[in-house]
Each structure stands twice: as structure tokens, then as C-alpha cells.
Design a protein around this ligand. Structure first.
Ligand code: AMP
Length: 215
């Protein structure tokens, strides 16, 4: 089972991908997480990507597609994967089609999480994660049960993404509408696209996604 979660930044792709990963034994492949790891490691890819990400622009397709091809070829992805944040441009989607065809694989579902732009800025600017285990929190929607203590691992250090600042969020939304939204008709024409209301509660979104995955 191979899935793509499509939607603007802050739509809940990462949160839902993690839940689907556990429930269906799939692997979440987040190009954003992979790039942040490269930036943290100070690798050549990280050095090139860092300022682009901080501006809210897209990293060049060639870097991303090479990174992705290596990742989906790894053993843990053999049972299936959930792509979160990839593809983001039509050339990336075309490269993915070629890559999957070469490996004898196919996409089963492309699911759009539909969220109003007005809600996204608030969703993104309030989010943070546990620096130790990566569990996600939000200033308004999901605070730790005990203040400043991670529910999952008890960690006391949290971090916010450098690109979750209001100025950068606007650029990321613009990049989504200009470069990523054309993927909706692209996958619609392949008959693979479905949509879920991403404004519903996290549990309702998960239930809707699960019913598509089980089809
Ligand atoms: P994300 O975590 O998916 O919101 O991605 C964070 C940032 O990483 C984006 O704003 C882009 O700068 C970069 N990025 C992530 N995935 C891609 C991709 N598929 N293509 C180009 N840039 C990407």
C-alpha cells in the first residue's frame, strides 16, 4: 500500500502520517524531516537547503528526487509508504511515476487534506515538538498534560521549526498554491485522488483516511 498525503503546510499531513504508519504498518517518508536532518548534520545537501527552507521556497527537484529514490528503496519501505511533503511539483510527480514503474510499484491512493488558508497560519505558528522524541504539540490545540513535560518521553526541552514564523508561512502557502496545487488535477486525471476534510477533528480525519486506505 503506497500513499501520498497532499495538502498545504499545516494541513496535518505529518500528524496523520504518523497515525497511519502505526495503524497500517507503513513507513512515513517526509522529505521535510529528511531535509531538516541534513541541515542539522551540516551535510552538503543541508548547507544548500537551509536558506531555501528558511525563505519558504522549494528545494530544487533534483536534490529531492535523488533523496526520495534512496529512501523508498530501503528495506523498511517494502511493505508500503506514506509520502508526506513529496511530490510538491509536477516534475517531482513525474519522476515518482518513473521511479515506481522501475521498481514495479504503484501508488494506491493520493489523498488531499483540505484546509482553509485562514486556519493554517494559526495551526503552524503555534506548533512545537519535543526535542528528545519528536512528539508534536500546539500552543492552543494540544498542550502537554503536565506543563513543559513531554507526554510521551518526559523530556523537558521543546523546539519550534525555523520556518514556522509568520513571514515564512506566507511564502510556504504561496509555494503550495503555485507549485503543488497543480498536482490535484495531475492525480485526478490518473483516477487516484480523493479528498478528506482536514478541518475536522484529528480523530475524524484519521477515521476518514483509514476508510480510504482500507478500500
Ligand atoms: P515540510 O516539512 O514538508 O513542510 O517541508 C519543509 C520545507 O522543506 C519546505 O518548505 C521546502 O523548503 C522543503 N521541502 C520539503 N519537501 C520538499 C519537496 N518535496 N520539494 C521541495 N522542497 C521541499
Amino acid at each position: 500500500m503506497n500513499l501520498i498525503l497532499l495538502g498545504p503546510p499545516g494541513a496535518g499531513k505529518g500528524t496523520q502520517a504518523k497515525r497511519l504508519e502505526e495503524a497500517f504498518g507503513l513507513v512515513q517518508v517526509s522529505t521535510g524531516d529528511m531535509l531538516r536532518a541534513e541541515v542539522k548534520a551540516g551535510s552538503p545537501i543541508g548547507l544548500e537547503a537551509r536558506s531555501i527552507m528558511e525563505r519558504g521556497d522549494l528545494v530544487p527537484d533534483a536534490i529531492i528526487t535523488t533523496m526520495l529514490a534512496n529512501r523508498v528503496g530501503q528495506a523498511d519501505a517494502a511493505n508500503g509508504f506514506i509520502l508526506d511533503g513529496f511530490p510538491r511539483t509536477v516534475p517531482q510527480a513525474e519522476a515518482l511515476d518513473r521511479m515506481l514503474a522501475e521498481k514495479g510499484l504503484q501508488l494506491d491512493h493520493v489523498i488531499e487534506l483540505k484546509v482553509d488558508d485562514a486556519a493554517l497560519v494559526g495551526r503552524i505558528s503555534g506548533r512545537y515538538t519535543c526535542a528528545q522524541c519528536g512528539a508534536g504539540y500546539h500552543d492552543a490545540f494540544k498542550k502537554p498534560k503536565v506543563a513543559l513535560t513531554c507526554d510521551n518521553c518526559g523530556g523537558a526541552e521543546f523546539s519550534r521549526r525555523a520556518d514556522d514564523k509568520a513571514e515564512t508561512v506566507a511564502a510556504r502557502l504561496a509555494a503550495y498554491h503555485r507549485q503543488t496545487a497543480p498536482l490535484l488535477p495531475f492525480y485526478g486525471a490518473q483516477g487516484k485522488l480523493s479528498a478528506v476534510d482536514g478541518m475536522a477533528s484529528m480523530d475524524s480525519v484519521f477515521a476518514a483516511l483509514s476508510s480510504i486506505v482500507k478500500l
